[in-house]
Design a protein around this ligand. Structure first.
Ligand code: DHB
Length: 311
């Protein structure tokens, strides 16, 4: 049986599949369900300092080729997730989990990161630079000056293993500019991609979600080519110490295989997990293993990043 074991920043995971932040990770009950599934680990819902109710409902809608959402960062607040993770690392010291976070302002982001730095948390931290759904707030990662300044300040005091969640970029020059910034810092991973921001889906002449008059982040089948391009663009450009997490359009083992072929060391499942539940992890893992077995690959390193080009 081929192995789907992987490593991020010296931590080993039995499986390369996990949830994408935002799906099945708002409450301890949901996180426990992912923890007990075939997933290798989980990431928590992006936490702000204080709990937030988020945007009015309906704010998530499944559609045939994916999903649209404008959740507005509902979450239980940093302490809820941090306390749970601290408890978990006592009970399961051999497993590593991800804490996702961002402040509602740069000051709040630093306050959160200082608290995490000073805590006993030993896991991985995902700083979310790509939340598209808070009305009036632009995505941090689409402003390169702000991103560089934020990372410079963060790494003046933060020493724990930190990566960033990115939105999709659509221009080669933006891949170049973003990578030049990220390569200046001791990031452990970049996660490509968050939802394709601000799509619009219509049914019966009406939008399907209430916030922002129906505009919302798009996930699922729609976004796989964009996700793969971002995974591979950063795999080509980033220093080897910065690993890639691939997220976007993972419905099948073949989708996960393609993310890894493009350079991903871990693969996250968002819309498919929302639609199918945690059984998706076992199904996708088995499909991935079947593809690997057919090709004679025994471990992910046998094909990671080995995308072939036409000469
Ligand atoms: C939300 C959506 C995102 O894509 C994200 O990265 C963080 C939060 C949200 O709307 O809750």
């Amino acid at each position: 049986m081929p192995s789907t074991q992987t490593q991020i920043a010296d931590f080993t995971f039995d499986n390369c599949l996990m949830n994408a932040a935002g799906v099945a990770c708002m409450t301890i009950g949901e996180l426990e369900e992912v923890k007990h599934s075939a997933a290798g680990t989980f990431v928590t819902k992006t936490a702000t300092l204080e709990a937030r109710a988020g945007n009015p409902e309906p704010r998530y809608h499944n559609v045939p080729l994916g999903s649209i959402n404008s959740m507005g960062l509902p979450n239980q607040g940093l302490n809820y997730y941090l306390d749970y993770l601290l408890d978990l690392q006592e009970k399961e010291p051999n497993r590593t989990f991800f804490l996702s976070l961002v402040g509602m302002s740069p000051d709040e982001t630093h306050q959160i990161l200082h608290q995490v730095e000073e805590s006993d948390f030993k896991g991985l931290i995902e700083l979310n630079l790509s939340c598209p759904n808070v009305p009036g707030k632009p995505q941090i990662a689409y402003d390169f000056d702000t991103t560089e300044q934020l990372l410079r300040q963060v790494f003046s005091y933060f020493t724990k293993p930190l990566g960033i969640k990115l939105p999709p970029y659509f221009d080669i020059v933006h891949f170049d500019q973003a990578a030049e910034i990220f390569n200046q810092f001791p990031l452990r991973f970049v996660n490509c991609v968050n939802s394709v921001g601000n799509g619009l889906y219509i049914e019966d002449e009406k939008v399907v979600i209430k916030p922002k008059n129906g505009f919302g982040g798009i996930g699922g089948e729609y976004i796989k080519p964009t996700a793969l391009a971002n995974v591979h663009a950063f795999y080509q450009r980033l220093k080897p110490e910065i690993q890639i997490i691939g997220t976007g359009g993972v419905l099948t083992g073949r989708d996960a295989f393609e993310h890894i072929l493009c350079g991903a060391s871990m693969v996250q499942v968002g819309t498919t997990l929302q639609k199918e539940g945690v059984a998706a992890f076992e199904r996708i893992t088995k499909e991935l293993q079947a593809i690997m077995a057919e090709k004679g690959y025994e471990r992910l390193e046998d094909f990671r990043g080995k995308l072939q080009y036409l000469n």
